[in-house]
Design a protein around this ligand. Structure first.
Ligand code: ATP
Ligand code: MG
Length: 214
């Protein structure tokens, strides 16, 4: 009806292919409401990660429209996009610099306090604070364990306090002990946010609506 609030995310009859003659998504429509927790499932190659790229406005669909709070995703300014989305991927992309810079990516809009808050939410603050140089420790490949890198990527994703969290297969390589820690971090990170995850065992355990792609 007219008084229903605008959807957080909506796809309206979207068809998209990286190449014109080879469509990946065809006539895809769905809506995700603000604060909803949704898991996308579907066979490998179905186009789940492609949906994320469309949400992030990296491509424009050949047909239909991807909308974020009613605005065309492809036309959103980068500055707004960064406030809207936090992304966690399977592998952490380390940048040169300190632990702090891993979290802030040197974004002047993200304060040290924001970074500490994000690390606390991810369950990594104690570990970082326990280092001799704390958040100013130069970051090397050996500094964190595999699970801790994943927690660090969660901290990075929430540092700018995004309203939408996108999680792409993030627990695929974790052992059972670490998985639990990441699960707790994700629960905290997902509070008061819209969360769209791509199927992985962990998030399925957490429930949320299933959205089948393909
Ligand atoms: P998986 O579960 O394996 O991660 P997925 O559902 O995430 O799969 P996508 O990565 O979205 O699938 O890929 C969908 C299709 O688009 C595949 O056929 C893939 O080869 C193709 N594809 C993905 N990225 C590109 C690209 N940058 N250029 C061309 N084709 C691409
Ligand atoms: Mg994928």
């Amino acid at each position: 009806g007219t008084d229903s609030p605008v959807a957080c995310i909506s796809l309206e009859d979207v068809s998209f292919g990286y190449e014109e003659e080879k469509m990946v998504l065809e006539h895809l429509s769905f809506e995700i409401k603000t604060g909803e927790q949704v898991t996308m499932t579907g066979r490998t190659g179905a186009g789940k990660s492609t949906v994320f790229k469309l949400l992030l406005g990296l491509y424009r669909p050949q047909k239909g429209c991807v909308k974020i709070y009613g605005q065309d995703a492809y036309l959103l300014p980068d500055s707004i996009r960064r406030c809207l989305f936090g992304c966690v991927e399977q592998s952490f992309k380390r940048v040169p610099g300190t632990v702090l810079e891993q979290i802030t990516l040197s974004d002047p809009m993200i304060s040290r306090e924001d970074a500490v808050e994000a690390a606390k939410l991810a369950g990594l603050h104690e570990v970082i604070a326990g280092m001799e140089q704390g958040y100013d420790t130069p970051c090397t490949d050996a500094l964190f364990s595999q699970g801790q890198w994943q927690l660090l990527s969660i901290a990075r994703a929430v540092a700018a306090k995004p309203s939408i969290l996108l999680l792409d297969e993030i627990t695929a390589n974790l052992d059972v002990g670490t998985e639990q820690e990441v699960l707790y971090a994700l629960r905290r990170a997902g509070e008061n946010r819209t969360v769209v995850s791509i199927s992985h065992r962990l998030y399925e355990k957490m429930g949320g609506r299933e959205l089948v792609i393909g």
